[in-house]
Design a protein. Structure first.
Ligand code: GDP
Ligand code: CA
Length: 319
């Protein structure tokens, strides 16, 4: 089976680990990763979502944290601090720095991000084909108003430094409108047997991928069923602050509202948690097949069970 998944960072990566557990060597998983979270720091190109997927599937992730490397040390960060060079709020450990150095060096030599990602994955062997959504520069910015007045900050500054404590007034994927899908992205979507939207952030992860011209159209035109899993359980994100960016696009933080936000033009099937079973009827009334199952990714077997339910729902909507 050819499976395509659109993925952000932690939610996407954890789901993919369950999906990979469930599938076998005869299956082909292509992951289209969000690069709207990318940031340039200390002269280096950092791709947090691609790296989270790569480290998680490659066995190098810091498990409890969900991002960054296991057994990390922080000497470079301390040395930068001693020079008074920031920002201090973004955690880059020594091991992680090596990834960004290799990436930046290859980009500087002229390789596109897709080729660089493939080279990094040669080491990590994630067991999926990991494609950035685009080789072009896209960076999500967030419009806020705080004591310094109205201003626009990089998504990472909003998320990591400000902890999304002020309201997001608008989410702007800068550069998206002129970006082109990376090589292989549209082809993988068109050739897919099933397309999955993991429980990733609907606005700044999956929404950004869909904002690259051509990708949303390719997903809705695809012959394959499209099935998503809700990142919202019981009216709140399981982890993180997705409610803040949903509010910026006028969407309530409920499993039902997120399904309707994607819409029946994009989604054929939607999984909600058993806590949200009362949302099933409304989602189905909107023309999207819906089931309620446990959606907490507590461990790999529980996550594999979620992936199994998603593939089963895809089969049901196909026939
Ligand atoms: P990020 O880029 O690291 O923020 O990760 P993603 O965009 O891939 O995923 C973030 C989303 O994952 C958040 O909105 C969480 O609510 C969701 N999430 C995290 N853990 C779980 C879980 O166990 N179950 C479900 N259903 N969603 C989860
Ligand atoms: Ca992210």
């Amino acid at each position: 089976m050819r499976i395509v998944a659109l993925a952000g960072g932690i939610g996407g990566a954890r789901f993919l680990r369950g999906l990979r557990e469930l599938t076998g060597p005869q299956d082909e998983i292509t992951v289209i990763g969000n690069t709207g979270d990318d940031i340039h720091l200390f002269g280096l190109k950092v791709c947090p979502d691609l790296d989270t997927v790569m480290y998680t599937l490659g066995g190098g992730i810091h498990e409890e944290q969900g991002w960054g490397r296991a057994d990390e040390t922080w000497s470079v960060k301390e040395e930068l601090k001693a020079y008074g060079v920031g920002p201090e709020w973004f955690g880059l450990g020594d091991r992680d720095f090596a990834t960004h150095i290799v990436r930046t060096q290859m980009l500087g030599a002229g390789y596109p991000l897709s080729a660089v990602t493939e080279a990094l994955c040669d080491r990590w062997q994630p067991g999926v084909r990991l494609l950035p959504m685009t080789d072009d520069r896209v960076e999500t910015h967030v419009k806020i108003t705080d004591e310094s007045g109205p201003r626009v900050v990089h998504f990472q500054e909003y998320w990591v430094k400000l902890h999304a404590a002020v309201a997001a007034e608008a989410i702007v994927p800068v550069g998206a409108e002129t970006a082109k899908p990376a090589p292989g992205v549209l082809e993988a979507i068109a050739a897919a047997d099933v397309i999955l939207l993991p429980p990733s952030n609907p606005v700044v992860s999956i929404g950004t991928i869909l904002a690259v011209p051509g990708i949303r159209q390719a997903v809705s035109d695809a012959a394959a069923p499209v099935v998503g899993l809700s990142p919202i359980i019981g009216g709140a994100p399981v982890r993180g602050m997705a409610d803040k960016v949903l509010a910026a696009v006028g969407v309530e933080a409920t499993a039902e509202a997120v399904a309707l936000h994607y819409g029946s033009g994009l989604l054929d099937g939607w999984l909600v948690d058993t806590a949200d079973a009362e949302a099933v009827a409304a989602v189905e009334a909107a023309g999207i097949s819906c089931r309620a199952i446990p959606l907490l990714m507590t461990d790999v077997p529980a996550t594999a069970e979620m992936a199994r339910a998603a593939l089963e729902l895809a089969e049901q909507v196909r026939s």
